[in-house]
Design a protein around this ligand. Structure first.
Ligand code: ATP
Ligand code: MG
Ligand code: MG
Length: 393
């Protein structure tokens, strides 16, 4: 039996392991945490640091091919693994996605073929650049200062209204490499999942519309009519063009903003990309005949990529650690009985022992025969569990 490997042991790795196992593969997870959600369900758990040469060679000895489940895996480690085994996505593209400066440069480089640009921005890596932006780029304010590396779920970002706040924010972020992005008038956000094989074959899912609360994904709407068709087609084409231009292999998620630009449906702006399956694609597990994790397995293992078909409209609700605490901050067990009694509710829990505010503990996907009934059950569920984003359902 062949073994597939994954760098990182979070929930994305866990769902990858489940998909790989269904196809008869053994799995190996490299993650330093003894309690990692993927390590707990994998045949092999190499419990060591991502840069540990012994751990990396153990992983490549065991595995036919290796993938990654979190974007901050050291690109150098992927390069080391690639000397021994196929690694998808590769170190170079993961390196681009890990750095907003390189990522935006890539988006700019393929704007002609993708048809989309990113928000106006400037790079701030030095005091002199900060000064220059303060003096010469008032058009970027109000804006969002984002660290070039290591940010996620809105962490490593500060919203700034004026030049003085910008200087304070840069100091607060430690004076590290950043980008200042103009704050855009968003009317919606969406993301597109693309799988690309070693031979350049590409399949994709229709765009899902995402609602964030406090910088963290709260709700994903996945059904026909979730956004204007013209925009959906443009987003899908853009994501495919970006994947091709990168020479990407594996699952890629590209996030977009829909902005009010006075046009009928609004303009499309590319935000960022994740070199892996994505939280906004979890609905594919229950609403599609092929999930984003199935495609990740197919792509890395060199299997044909089936075009996924969505068989049910769906809404995904994220379950953050907050759900495990009442209004007074006292721990409580969420009322799963009540939630699972509702039709079409699919509960996914990631096996994390410790619930913390803002920590992704699981998600719920609601499927049904039509959009109206899915929305009704989603509202009821969000209400039962006191989830944010209820007004957006
Ligand atoms: P993720 O967890 O998706 O990786 P992240 O921390 O990398 O998130 P972004 O996707 O850059 O952060 O931003 C988080 C959210 O903040 C976006 O989904 C959007 O709601 C808002 N946001 C970010 N940039 C802008 C912008 N230029 N204008 C308006 N809103 C923005
Ligand atoms: Mg991000
Ligand atoms: Mg994002």
């Amino acid at each position: 039996m062949a073994t597939l490997g994954v760098m990182g042991g979070g929930q994305l790795g866990r769902m990858f392991v489940h998909a790989a196992q269904r196809l008869g593969y053994l799995t190996a997870v490299l993650d330093p945490d003894a309690q990692s959600p993927a390590g707990l369900v994998s045949h092999h758990h190499i419990q060591t640091d991502y840069n540990d040469p012994a751990g990396l060679s153990q992983l490549s000895d065991l595995c036919q091919a290796i993938t990654t489940e979190f974007e901050n895996v050291p690109a150098q480690a992927l390069q080391t693994l690639a000397q021994a085994r196929p690694v998808a996505p590769g170190a170079a593209v993961v390196g681009i996605a890990q750095n907003r400066i390189e990522e935006k440069a890539h988006f700019a480089a393929c704007a002609d073929v993708s048809g989309v640009t990113c928000a106006p921005y400037a790079v701030i890596e030095t005091q002199a650049q900060l000064q220059a932006v303060q003096d010469e780029r008032p058009d970027l304010l109000p804006g969002i200062l984002k660290t070039a590396r290591l940010g996620y779920d809105g962490k490593g970002q500060v919203r700034v209204k004026n030049a003085a706040e910008l200087a304070a924010a840069w100091a607060e972020l430690g004076g590290v490499a950043c980008v200042l992005e103009k704050m855009l008038p968003l009317t919606a956000e969406c993301s597109v999942l693309v799988a690309r094989g070693w031979d350049g074959q590409v399949v994709s899912f229709a765009p899902q519309r995402n609602v964030h609360v406090d910088g963290i994904l709260a709700v994903t709407h996945a059904y026909e009519g979730n956004m204007p068709t013209a925009l959906a087609t443009r987003a899908c084409d853009a994501a495919v063009a970006i994947a091709h231009h990168l020479g990407y292999v594996g699952m890629l998620c590209v996030e977009f903003f829909v902005v009010d630009d006075g046009s009928e449906h609004g303009g499309l702006v590319v935000n960022e990309m994740a070199p892996r399956p994505h939280n906004s694609g979890h609905y594919t597990l229950n609403a599609c005949d092929v999930s984003q994790f199935d495609l990740q397995v197919h792509a890395m293992a060199g299997l044909p990529l089936p075009q996924p078909r969505q068989h049910s409209p769906a809404i995904m609700l994220n379950l953050l650690g907050d759900v495990w605490f009442d209004a007074n901050g006292q721990p409580r067990e969420p009322d799963w009985q009540a939630v699972l009694r509702l039709p079409g509710t699919h509960l996914h829990l990631y096996g994390k022992v410790q619930a913390r505010t803002g920590r992704k503990m699981g998600h719920l996907t609601i499927t049904g025969p039509d959009v109206a009934s899915v929305k009704t059950v989603a509202r009821r569920t969000a209400d039962l569990l006191h989830l944010p984003g209820l007004e957006a359902i």
